[in-house]
Design a protein around this ligand. Structure first.
Ligand code: SAM
Length: 276
């Protein structure tokens, strides 16, 4: 869908759809989608867990490509499935490859969600039950389907009403094997995760967008740097790029490097020959 129509949805049309989705996060969805498709060349489908009446699903629909599948999962209580279908019909009628999954997330297992995802996911928005265990459970079940460079967006990460979302997200990010996700951007009410090597790429690419130039700050959670977009205490792009460059090594193994280097010297192949 073209940028003008998406802009119109963000600025105007979305206000008529019931739900919760701040325009600053809508803008981040828009830019990250663009960077993913054009700069990072990440391929995959799009999924939302927690649809309500389709406010954010409609934007995801507009951002998805014609060959991509869109999956919306929800309890879909009362008439919310019909409301969502109406939202989609009104705001992104050209999106046809949509599957609505009426389910309780706690009943999902890695094996039984496979059928919904013929390909890996490039965007996954998690906005269903807001308590610690259900958030962590959704992450554990869904993350195996997310592509390298795929983006997981966690709703209400900063909401004091739901302290479990932050804990579940950070506990999930502390899992390093078989694969790690790290936070790389803070939106208005959401935090954005990706796989480590893409984090720096997305941060630098966001800074190059006019909307974020000189309006962000670099912060840190544990070993990861992340961009606070539209910061109250912004740094210049130059300052942020300097800070990023100073920490260019994306990760370090938790290993005693000095002791290992000594062993590498003592037990070197060429040591016995006296050549080193
Ligand atoms: C905050 S709303 C989603 C808002 C939506 N993304 C928007 O843009 O307005 C949360 C949704 O999660 C769904 N939900 C809550 N717990 C759930 C569960 N255990 N399984 C599936 N869906 C759930 C609710 O039915 C509700 O529609």
């Amino acid at each position: 869908m073209d940028t003008e129509q998406i802009n119109k949805y963000i600025k105007k049309d979305s206000t008529k759809v019931p739900g919760w989705f701040d325009s600053r996060d809508m803008a981040l969805f828009f830019y990250l989608n663009k960077l993913q498709l054009n700069a990072a060349k990440v391929e995959g489908d799009v999924c939302e867990v927690g649809v309500y009446a389709g406010k954010s699903l409609a934007l995801l629909g507009m951002l998805s490509q014609p060959h991509e599948k869109l999956v919306g999962m929800d309890l879909f209580l009362e008439d919310f499935l019909e409301q969502t279908q109406e939202t989609m019909k009104q705001h992104c009628p050209s999106v046809e490859n949509i599957e609505y999954v009426k389910c309780k997330t706690s009943e999902l297992r890695v094996d039984n969600v496979k059928k919904y995802f013929p390909r890996q996911l490039r965007l996954l928005h998690i906005d269903a039950g807001h308590e610690y265990h259900e958030v962590l459970h959704s992450l554990i079940v869904m993350a195996p389907y997310v592509a390298n460079g795929g983006i997981i967006i966690m709703d209400d990460y900063h909401d004091r009403e739901f302290p479990g979302i932050e804990s579940a997200t950070l506990d999930f990010c502390a899992i390093t094997s078989p694969r790690q996700f790290v936070p790389f951007a803070v939106g208005h009410n959401k935090i954005y995760l990706t796989t480590p090597l893409y984090a720096i790429l997305y941060m630098k690419a966001l800074l190059r967008q006019k909307t974020y130039k000189d309006k962000c700050r670099l912060s840190r959670i544990r070993d990861n740097q992340l961009l606070v977009t539209n910061s109250k205490r912004p740094l210049s792009n130059e300052q942020i790029l300097d800070l990023l460059a100073a920490n260019e090594i994306p990760y370090r193994y938790d290993y005693d490097e000095q002791a290992l280097a000594e062993k590498a010297i003592n037990y070197a192949q060429f040591r016995a020959t006296g050549r080193i």
